[in-house]
Design a protein around this ligand. Structure first.
Ligand code: ADP
Ligand code: ASP
Ligand code: MG
Length: 465
C-alpha cells in the first residue's frame, strides 16, 4: 500500500490537479492500494486565516472578498476538469455550503470581535475540506474510483488548537475502520490533510504545514509500504533552493538527518512527519509533482553517507535569550530554574549554549514566545537580579539558527573550522553555537540580515559554488 500526499502547489491550479491525477494513476499501476492525502490549494489556508483575523479586528470586507475569490479558484478547476454535469453540480453545492459556513463563522468572529484558537482551527481547516472533494472528483473524471474522507473522522487529537497532537490508538483504529473497507472495494480514499478532531468531535489542526504529518500518521496506522510527499522541488536538497539555486537533491537521508533538517526549518517536511514513520519503519519518499521522473529523496532508517555534511537549513523569527552575570559561576540550579520557568510558559527552546566560564546561558526561542519568557525569567530570578548575582536577562531579537546537518560529521575532523572560515571570510559574526552530542548537527546563531549570505557561503564551502 502507498500513501501519497500532495502539497498546496500540487493542487494549486488546473494543470497541477491534472498532473496530480496522473501521478495517482501511475501509483495505482504500481500498487492497487493507494491512499491520497491532500493539502488545501496553495494560498488558501493563508487567505482563510487572514480573513478571520481581519474579521476579529472589525473588518468585514476581507472575508467577503475571500469568499468570492475562493469560489472562483475552486470552480475554475472544477469547470475545466470535471466534465460530468452531475458531478460538477454536486461539487458546486459542496463548495457553496463550505463558503457559506466560512462567511457565517467570520461574521460571528466580526460580531464578537474575538478570534479564539479553537475558532481559528475551524476556519483554517476549511481549505482541505474544499480541496479533497475536488481532487476526488477530478480523479473520478480520470477513471479512478476515488472518495473523499474528512480526517476529522480519522485523526483524533488533544485540544491543543493550532498544533494538536494525535492520539495514536484511536486514530489507528479509525484509520483502519474507515479506510480499509474503501481500499478493499478498490477505491482511492482522498483524505484531508492538516485537520483532525478531538474525542468530542471539535475541529483541530496539526499546525501549519501539517499535511505531511497527516500522511505519515495514516501511513503508519495502515502499515503502508511507502509514504510519498509530492511537492514542488526535486526532493530534499542540500539547501533551500530559494536561497541556494544550485542546491542538489539528496538521494538518501536517515530519519535522524531528515528530522534535524525539518526541525531546523527545511519547510519541505513538517518536523513531526518523521516520528510515525520511524515507529513503523516506513520509508518516506519526497518527490516533485512537476518533475515526477526527476531526482527524489528517500528517507530510511540507515542512509548511506558519502560526505560529511549533507545539508544546511535555517530557522527564522527567533529571539536569543541571555541570562548573564558573574554570580552564576559555580552556583548550582540556575540552569534548572531558568528552563523550568521557560517550560512553564510553554515556550519551545530550539538551542541552548552555555559559556564554559559559566557566566552566561543563552538559548533561542520563537520570537512570539520571547516576551513571556523574559517576564517568567525576571520573576523566577528576581532575587538574584536584585542582588546583582545575575546582571540581566537580555533578549536579542531578529536572529536565526543555521543548522549544518549530516550523520557523517561524526568523527570527521575540521568541519567546524571550515564552517567558521567560510563565515569569517564573509565578515559574518557568529553570535552563539551549539553541537549536539550526537554530532549530527552543528547549529549557529547569526543575525537575520546575515542569513542568506551565511547559508550560501557555507553551502559553497562544503559543496562548491
Ligand atoms: P508543499 O506545499 O508541497 O507542502 P512546502 O512549501 O511546504 O510544499 O515545502 C516545499 C518548499 O520547501 C520548497 O519549495 C522549498 O523552497 C522549501 N525548502 C526549504 N528547505 C528545503 C530543502 N532543504 N530541500 C527542499 N526544499 C526546501
Ligand atoms: N494547508 C495547510 C497549511 O497551509 C497544511 C499544509 O499545507 O500542509 O499550513
Ligand atoms: Mg508543506
Amino acid at each position: 500500500m502507498l500513501v501519497l500526499k500532495f502539497g498546496g502547489t500540487s493542487v494549486g491550479n488546473t494543470e497541477a490537479f491534472a498532473q496530480t491525477a496522473q501521478i495517482v494513476a501511475r501509483a495505482r499501476q504500481q500498487d492497487p492500494q493507494v491512499v491520497v492525502v491532500t493539502s488545501a490549494m496553495s494560498g488558501v489556508t493563508n487567505t482563510l486565516i487572514k480573513a478571520a483575523r481581519a474579521a476579529a479586528d472589525g473588518h468585514e470586507h476581507p472575508y467577503r472578498e475571500a469568499r468570492s475569490d475562493l469560489l472562483l479558484k475552486h470552480q475554475l478547476v472544477a469547470g475545466q476538469l470535471i466534465e460530468d454535469g452531475v458531478e460538477r453540480a454536486a461539487y458546486g453545492r459542496l463548495i457553496d455550503e463550505r463558503l457559506r459556513s466560512f462567511e457565517r463563522l467570520c461574521h460571528s468572529i466580526f460580531v464578537l470581535g474575538e478570534l479564539t484558537a479553537r475558532g481559528l482551527d475551524v476556519v483554517s481547516g476549511l481549505g482541505e475540506r474544499m480541496s479533497a472533494p475536488l481532487l476526488a472528483a477530478v480523479l473520478r473524471a480520470n477513471g479512478i474510483d476515488a472518495e473523499w474522507v474528512d480526517a476529522a473522522e480519522i485523526i483524533v487529537t488533544d485540544d491543543n488548537f493550532g498544533g494538536a497532537t494525535p492520539l495514536l490508538e484511536p486514530t489507528c483504529a479509525h484509520a483502519n475502520a474507515r479506510l480499509r473497507p474503501l481500499l478493499e472495494q478498490g477505491k482511492v480514499p482522498v483524505v484531508t490533510g492538516f485537520v483532525g478532531a478531538t474525542v468530542d468531535g471539535i475541529a483541530t489542526t496539526l499546525g501549519r504545514g501539517g499535511s505531511d504529518y497527516s500522511a505519515a500518521i495514516i501511513g503508519s496506522c495502515l502499515g503502508a509500504d511507502e509514504v510519498q510527499i509530492w511537492t514542488d522541488v526535486n526532493g530534499i536538497l542540500t539547501a533551500d533552493p530559494r536561497i541556494v539555486p544550485e542546491a542538489q537533491t539528496l538521494p538518501e537521508l536517515s530519519y535522524t538527518e531528515a528530522a534535524e533538517l525539518a526541525y531546523f526549518g527545511a519547510k519541505v517536511l513538517h518536523p513531526k512527519t518523521i516520528l510515525p514513520a520511524i515507529e513503523a519503519s516506513i520509508p518516506i519518499r519526497v518527490a516533485n509533482t512537476f518533475n515526477p521522473d526527476g531526482p527524489s529523496t528517500l528517507v530510511v532508517s540507515e542512509a548511506t553517507s558519502d560526505g560529511s555534511v549533507k545539508a544546511i537549513t535555517a530557522i527564522r523569527n527567533l529571539t536569543l535569550i541571555n541570562v548573564e552575570g558573574r554570580g552564576m559561576i559555580g552556583v548550582p540550579g540556575i540552569a534548572a530554574r531558568t528552563f523550568k520557568a521557560v517550560a512553564e510558559v510553554g515556550a519551545n527552546v530550539l538551542m541552548i549554549s552555555q559559556s564554559s566560564s559559566e557566566q552566561s546561558i543563552c538559548f533561542a526561542v520563537p520570537e512570539a514566545d520571547s516576551p513571556a519568557v523574559v517576564e517568567a525569567l525576571e520573576q523566577e530570578l528576581a532575587r538574584e537580579l536584585s542582588r546583582h548575582f545575575i546582571d540581566r536577562v537580555r533578549a536579542m531579537h531578529d536572529i536565526v539558527i543555521i543548522a549544518v546537518v549530516g550523520a557523517g560529521m561524526r568523527g570527521t575532523p575540521g568541519i567546524a573550522g571550515r564552517l567558521f572560515s567560510a563565515l569569517g571570510e564573509a565578515g559574518i559574526n557568529v553570535i552563539a553555537l551549539a553541537q549536539g552530542s550526537s554530532e549530527v548537527n552543528i547549529s549557529l546563531v547569526v543575525k537575520e540580515s546575515d542569513v542568506e549570505e551565511a547559508v550560501r557561503r557555507i553551502h559553497a564551502a562544503f559543496f562548491g559554488s
